[in-house]
Design a protein around this ligand. Structure first.
Ligand SMILES: Cc1cc2nc3c(=O)[nH]c(=O)nc-3n(C[C@H](O)[C@H](O)[C@H](O)COP(=O)(O)O)c2cc1C
Length: 181
């Protein structure tokens, strides 16, 4: 069955390692017959959550009028949500974190989504990705009540400069994860 895949790509770097891996995920998902939307967060105008609580009083609508409104529609329609972010100081890029905080409006309302993590970092060993994986898991667990879950994750290790990831086994893993959505 064809599914809707939303890729939220949170690297500020054009055709950096995260974007390349997200492209491989998208290639696999498209080959499997799924519909893929990729949002380059760096091209969007998205404010931080201001914790006004309006979404909690109005049934889940964020009242900030910015590019997140378009993304909310895609999040609600998606079966699979891919969080693409480089590792910055062990965790999300600020661009990605801004979007994650805006999920707050939807946290009681997301149903049956599968979350994926696609990431890249300079470090060459998995121990440096533990914090990122932990925050990814704690993030999607906030939505677990709706039957949401984890589809998988991939890290492009040892990828400091744009394009380094092309030599990594992460390319094949990202492609296969996309294909298996
Ligand atoms: C602000 C900043 C913080 C970073 N922190 C880490 C880090 O904690 N661990 C690491 O392995 N690499 C770190 N890096 C390197 C990036 O993760 C690496 O260059 C990665 O390839 C960037 O992904 P991109 O090409 O998709 O932008 C950092 C880079 C920047 C700019």
């Amino acid at each position: 069955m064809s599914k809707k895949v939303l890729i939220l790509m949170g690297s500020p770097r054009k055709m950096g390692n995260t974007e390349i891996l997200c492209g491989e995920f998208a290639r696999g998902a498209k080959e499997a017959g799924h519909e893929v939307d990729t949002i380059l967060i760096r091209e969007k105008d998205i404010n931080g959550c201001v914790a006004c609580g309006a979404c909690r009083r109005n049934g889940g609508t964020c009242i900030q009028q910015d590019d997140m409104q378009e993304i909310y529609g895609l999040i609600e329609a998606a079966d699979a949500i891919v969080l693409g972010s480089p590792i910055y100081y062990y965790t999300w890029s600020s661009q990605m974190k801004t979007v994650l905080d805006r999920f707050y409006a939807k946290s009681p309302h997301l149903q049956n989504k599968t979350f994926y993590l696609v990431s890249a970092c300079h470090a060459g060993e998995e121990k440096y990705t533990e914090t990122m994986l932990d925050t990814f898991r704690k993030f999607h667990c906030c939505f677990r009540a709706g039957g949401n879950g984890e589809g998988g994750y991939v890290f492009g290790l040892g990828a400091g400069d744009p394009g380094d990831v092309k030599d990594s086994p992460a390319m094949q893993k990202a492609y296969e994860m996309g294909k298996a959505v």
